[in-house]
Write a protein that binds this ligand. Structure first.
Ligand code: P6P
Length: 281
């Protein structure tokens, strides 16, 4: 299993420079929408096509699914089912802010429970390109140089003392319970919200704190997708000693009932997620 997962991680790392190099010329929206009804940038489609082709070329990969396409692409053989958000936070491209790639490696056909993840990773296009990977309950942070991973933090752990928070959605659309919880958090933590989940989650992994895209009035399942965003990032945060929640349980325990199902997402220090669940109970 280790060799197959390493091959997936290495393929994503090797593809990162190509995706990054292709961003500047692909900042325009096409006339298509993804299955979640969001407009697609040319960069979204470019990253998706590169990742599909290169990941399905691996003997160990049985299928590929992404936020950008309705169905699953099967290959003939393989063990693992890969779910990608090829360019998470792509709306940040026009404002030149952080974005990146999320990959979940499941050992069950998709849609699948987060408990069937065997590995996950995200690539973050910031001032430098980094990649956080998780497997066997351990998270690792690497710098990507020339398409190669160089580990810089072998056992990434979320800091004990939380410092930052970032909550998505419009404040008037938050529930009364979440609003009260947020007002309490604001008294002690510093706001860090950049509009790309992995950029905001990386702040939480670096400084300690809480990221949330909660249930909203009119959108009780929030915005983020379980298969492509919630599960893979929860797998990483929990491997780093944090917690995840849909408001009442780990995201990894949320039943999979659709490839593009949305889920409220809360990720960060265990103490803060515990407080959040108590506030929403
Ligand atoms: P909003 C990016 O589009 C994304 O899927 C996540 O990466 C991010 O956390 C969220 O949506 C941002 O949503 O409503 O703040 O633009």
């Amino acid at each position: 299993m280790a060799d197959a997962i390493t091959a997936v991680f290495d393929t994503v790392a090797a593809t990162a420079p190509d995706i990054r190099a292709g961003l500047s010329g692909r900042r325009s929206y096409g006339d298509t929408e993804n299955p979640s009804g969001e407009r697609q940038l040319a960069a979204d489609e470019y990253a998706d096509e590169l990742l599909e082709r290169r990941l399905l070329a691996l003997d160990s990969v049985a299928s590929y699914a992404s936020e950008e396409r309705a169905g699953v692409t099967e290959s003939d053989g393989g063990t693992y089912h890969v779910a990608c958000d090829p360019l998470d936070g792509s709306s940040n491209l026009r404002s030149n802010n952080a974005m990146g790639t999320i990959v979940g490696v499941y050992d069950e056909p998709l849609p699948a429970s987060g408990r069937s993840l065997v590995a996950s990773a995200f690539v973050l296009f910031g001032p430098i390109t980094t990649m956080v990977t998780a497997r066997e309950e351990t998270a690792t942070e690497s710098v990507i140089e020339d398409g190669q991973r160089r580990a810089v933090t072998e056992d990434l752990r979320i800091p004990e003392d939380p410092t930052v928070y970032g909550f998505g959605g419009r404040v008037p659309d938050w529930s009364a319970a979440f609003t009260e919880f947020a007002r309490d958090i604001e008294q002690t933590l510093k706001l860090r919200y950049g509009g790309a989940m992995i950029g905001d989650v990386n702040q939480v992994l670096t400084y300690g704190g809480l990221f949330a895209y909660p249930a909203l009035d009119g959108a009780p399942d929030g915005k983020l997708r379980l298969q492509f965003e919630g599960n893979p990032i929860a797998f990483i945060v929990e491997a780093a000693g944090g917690r995840s929640s849909d408001g009442s349980r780990s995201l990894l325990d949320v039943p999979a009932d659709g490839l593009h199902q949305r889920v409220p997402v809360h990720l960060g220090n265990e103490t803060l997620v515990d407080r959040l669940e108590a506030a929403l109970a």
